[in-house]
Design a protein around this ligand. Structure first.
Ligand SMILES: CSC[C@@H](O)[C@@H](O)C(=O)COP(=O)(O)O
Ligand SMILES: [Zn+2]
Length: 203
């Protein structure tokens, strides 16, 4: 019987690849299995051509169960999110041009989106007339350090929908894969709009 959770990751990878949001072997994805485990993409795979064998079962500490393959280099960030919020069911990390460039142009730790109808694609938002805060973290190859920073900011106030890593990309999540995809698509649209505004000198 096909594993529908694994298939949801494979399908997301094909769609994300079609959007051009995961060039080369960039990006990584996961879906929650239960309270303490998730399927995470193996490291170094092209995310548009994943197979069921490219999905590795991992625990909250990022330890792989039942495979010798290497999990994503960023597994710890996925597992940190599952540990921080029991309602998170899927996480999608992408390397789009918009998220990579915009994250480098943001001064400080937060990108504030306001005035866009498409903010309503982010769960809980009912109007363009509110502010949506997207946190930005400096890039590092030190995943335990990045996971610790995420933990620290989350304790001040839980993050919503996604966060940016400067010059690197976007992490988006949702209660399930469908919501994670919607948040990813909504955020990518909003980032593209913000970049256009900057190019037009409106920021
Ligand atoms: C093209 S290298 C990108 C990696 O360094 C990393 O940022 C990434 O997103 C993919 O890493 P992976 O280990 O394949 O999950
Ligand atoms: Zn990455």
């Amino acid at each position: 019987m096909p594993d529908t959770l694994k298939q949801s990751v494979i399908d997301a990878g094909k769609w994300i690849d079609q959007q051009g949001w995961c060039p080369a072997t960039g990006g990584n994805f996961s879906v929650r299995i239960d309270a303490k485990h998730a399927w995470v993409t193996a490291s170094g795979k092209h995310k548009g051509a994943l197979t069921p064998e490219d999905l590795l079962q991992v625990d909250l500490k990022g330890v792989v169960i039942g495979s010798e393959k290497r999990p994503s280099a960023e597994t710890l960030l996925h597992m940190a999110l599952y540990g921080l919020d029991a309602d998170i069911g899927a996480v999608l990390h992408t390397h789009s041009v918009s998220s990579t460039v915009l994250s480098r142009l943001v001064d400080g730790d937060v990108l504030t989106l306001r005035g866009y109808e498409m903010q309503k694609s982010l769960s809980g938002n009912t109007t363009h007339d509110a502010e949506a805060a997207i946190h930005v973290f400096d890039n590092t190859q030190d995943m335990p350090e990045l996971a610790a920073q995420l933990h620290q900011r989350w304790l001040q106030r839980p993050l919503q929908w996604g966060f940016l890593v400067r010059g690197h990309g976007l992490y988006a999540w949702g209660r399930d894969m469908a919501e994670a995809r919607r948040h990813l698509e909504g955020l990518e649209f909003l980032f593209a709009c913000e970049l256009e505004m900057i190019k037009l000198g409106q920021r």
